[in-house]
Write a protein that binds this ligand. Structure first.
Ligand SMILES: [Zn+2]
Ligand SMILES: [Zn+2]
Length: 454
């Protein structure tokens, strides 16, 4: 495994290549809108996708409950629809729909929060906008919480497959990303996290109990009341929990293998992503709206809706690859997401990278209950620790110290030391990042963040 990762530079070539890619994407976007003018009606399209998704989830759940479709088909079909709701949530985070109707955005957030059974969208907004500003840096909390920079081992597998896997590594990340308050993180994960733990562990526990009971040749029906609640638990597991595990697992695996980390300069979009569009990844791309192939386009132009991005990505791929953007760099996993390639190791690392996806598919998902117990135990430990700290009245002092620490770790100092390109715009951007990264990003700052990140 390569040990040294020299920092990449912001050269003139890189800056002009970034500008050209950005211009090509915007041109492709404009052509699409000119050809299909209805694309300008973003609010209407959002409402149609939102309502259509909810109707489809209801329909598939009804078909499952009525025994028209099997559990496996239900999980896959609902996961496909949930990937649309995830994209809508992301676009609303970027304020692309109902800009002047915040209450509609908030209503959609509530529904999506329940449907996705994950962290609250308002909290995700804070982390995600900072991800655009700090992508690939040690304080890029959002991506690091889904495994960016980890070695390909059991921990990365757990973080990739389990929707709340980030709790396993959040302690370390909060030391680098000072704005990540562990208490707040846990609080925003608690409601859906506990619901998910309860449903899945009851579902698995029930089936394990039934299995052993039947092995011992007892009649399970003699246990009065044992089956009463199970149909509800099974329906929630099949129609809500498992589709989200599948969707989130596929999304995270695409995301944490398409972002670079650690040895890239701050706010240099050229180095932030690669294009992952190999046929080998089709099963993962299917449940995350082709994330691996299109997310790079989003980093260049965050103000573009996801349904246009999907088509733009195809038309601009040639330009990006011609200008040196990496395509299907599977070795990224064995380099812990570093950009620098060791050419002697690259071929081997690419093969190992492909094996990693197969391992996650055939080992990571089947071992889900293990990760679930591991993360649940960590969740409980965090709660106990918090209660203990409250009782000892130490946590207030500790959190105050964290919040008041004005020194934010960015790569600014590293860049200066390396003598890399530092112009006025960069300095202004760094100042902007420092100004807001410690605090919540307000709705009014979203436009500014989008512009700066572009
Ligand atoms: Zn990203
Ligand atoms: Zn975004």
């Amino acid at each position: 495994m390569a040990a040294n990762f020299p920092k990449q530079n912001r050269s003139t070539h890189i800056l002009s290549a970034s500008r050209e890619i950005c211009r090509t994407i915007k041109q492709s976007d404009a052509e699409m809108r000119q050809k299909y003018p209805f694309l300008y009606h973003q609010d209407v399209i959002c409402a149609i996708i939102f309502a259509g998704s909810l109707l489809l989830i209801t329909l598939f759940s009804y078909l499952y409950i009525s025994s028209f479709i099997s559990a496996i088909w239900t999980v896959m079909l609902i996961a496909l629809v949930l990937s649309l709701l995830h994209e809508l949530e992301h676009d609303i985070i970027h304020n692309l729909y109902f800009k002047s109707h915040r209450w509609i955005q908030n209503c959609m957030f509530i529904v999506i929060w329940v449907a996705k059974l994950h962290v609250s969208p308002w909290y995700r907004r804070q982390l995600h906008l900072k991800h655009h500003l700090l992508s690939g840096q040690i304080n890029d909390a959002e991506e690091r919480l889904i495994g960016l920079g980890l070695s390909p081992n059991y921990k990365r597998m757990a973080v990739s497959v389990h929707p709340f896997g980030g709790l396993l590594i959040s302690d370390d990340i909060s030391k680098d990303a000072r704005y990540l308050n562990l208490f707040t993180l846990q609080l925003h994960n608690a409601l859906m996290g506990l619901t998910s733990f309860f449903i899945l562990q009851t579902f698995v526990g029930y089936n394990v109990f039934c299995f052993f009971y039947s092995c011992l040749d007892y009649d399970i029906n003699t246990l009065i009341g044992f089956h009463t609640c199970y149909p509800i638990i099974r329906t929630l597991a099949v129609c809500l929990c498992f589709p989200n595990v599948l969707r989130q697992g596929c999304l995270v695996m695409m995301s944490n293998s398409s972002h670079y980390y650690g040895d890239i300069p701050l706010n240099t979009v050229y180095y932030q992503n690669q294009i992952l569009d190999s046929w080998f990844l089709f099963p993962f791309q299917l449940f995350c709206f082709n994330f691996g192939a299109t997310h790079i386009v989003h980093h260049y132009v965050p103000s573009q809706p996801f349904y246009i991005r999907h088509f733009t990505a195809k038309s601009v791929k040639h330009t990006m690859v011609k200008l040196g953007v990496r395509n299907n760099d599977f070795g990224i996993l064995w380099r812990n997401n570093h950009y620098t390639i060791d050419t002697r190791e690259d071929e081997k690392q690419r093969l190992y990278g492909k094996c990693w996806f197969a391992a996650c598919l055939f080992l990571g998902f089947p071992l889900y209950i293990l990760w679930d117990l591991m993360i649940f135990e960590k969740f409980n430990r965090n709660v106990i620790q918090f209660i203990r700290e409250q009782l000892l009245k130490r946590n207030i002092k500790r959190r105050d110290t964290t919040t008041n620490n004005s020194e934010l770790k960015t790569n600014e100092k590293v860049m200066d030391a390396n003598g890399s390109t530092m112009n006025d715009d960069m300095q202004k951007l760094n100042a902007f990042v420092n100004q807001i990264a410690l605090y919540d990003v307000s709705a009014d700052q979203i436009e500014e963040v989008n512009t700066k990140a572009a």
